[in-house]
Design a protein around this ligand. Structure first.
Ligand SMILES: C[S@@+](CC[C@H](N)C(=O)[O-])C[C@H]1O[C@@H](n2cnc3c(N)ncnc32)[C@H](O)[C@@H]1O
Length: 225
């Protein structure tokens, strides 16, 4: 077997492993993956950015618990817009925070809503670097930034917040994030909407003191008062 065949073999085994993992995480995948590839290439070509693909985290420099995370996959634009529309808020009064921001697709999408500020929090260094390039390429204003940080250490700003999450991690990390989000609200009660896409750990948020409004593929959580 030559070197090229060996690499192809390695690639195909890795793709198979990823396929099993995605099937396990997101359900049966072929149609889903095909649709995603089309959406990714259209979005990236239209905006001159690189947000697509499925990126496993295990070879990346990660500032936290990669075992409790899923691979990087960017938000679907239609799903994102449907969730932002459902909030029924004046977006310009809010700071948008994407917990697990990846390559920054949601930050780019959020830019259309006139948020006061846009902040991404991402723990994989390589993805932060891609997101920084994308923010620059899309010429987003200085009010958009990305932090290289573990979500469990991030402090929400003391402002009205839309906290966005696209299935970034499992129950252990989510429990800490939900508890800290609730504590931030208790310290400073303010308008706070959590948009959780593919809400696999919804119960964790309810247990932490949030009321859930479930939609098709996402949930909106607000602090129970
Ligand atoms: C499914 S991707 C979503 C990307 C982006 N939010 C979007 O909507 O396009 C989840 C992201 O969460 C990040 N992530 C997972 N665990 C994290 C943690 N503990 N702290 C910060 N980021 C994390 C992953 O590296 C990945 O980029």
């Amino acid at each position: 077997m030559n070197a090229i065949q060996e690499s192809l073999g390695r690639f195909s085994r890795a793709a198979q492993r990823l396929g099993h993992r995605l099937t396990h995480t997101f359900g049966p995948q072929p149609e889903w993956v095909k649709k995603k590839q089309v959406v990714d290439s259209e979005f990236d070509a239209a905006h001159g950015v690189e947000t697509g693909g499925i990126t496993e985290l295990k070879r990346l420099q990660v500032a936290g618990d990669a075992q409790d995370s899923v691979p990087h996959i960017a938000s679907d634009p239609d799903e994102f817009h449907s969730a932002m529309g459902a909030l029924g808020i004046d977006h310009g009064r809010f700071t948008f925070v994407d917990i697990g921001a990846g390559k920054g697709r949601a930050l780019l999408l959020a830019a259309k809503y006139g948020f006061k500020r846009i902040v991404g929090v991402e723990f994989a260094r390589e993805l932060v670097e891609v997101a920084q390039r994308n923010i620059h390429a899309a010429r987003l204003s200085a009010s958009t930034s990305i932090l290289h940080q573990d979500a469990t250490r991030y402090e929400l700003p003391d402002e009205p917040v839309v906290q966005f999450m696209y299935n970034p991690f499992g129950g252990k990390t989510m429990a800490t994030v939900a508890r800290r989000t609730r504590a931030s609200f208790d310290r400073n009660p303010r308008p706070l909407h959590v948009v959780y896409v593919v809400p696999k750990e919804l119960d964790t948020w309810v247990q932490a003191g949030f009321v859930a409004e479930q939609r098709d593929h996402y949930a909106i959580l607000r602090p129970a008062t």
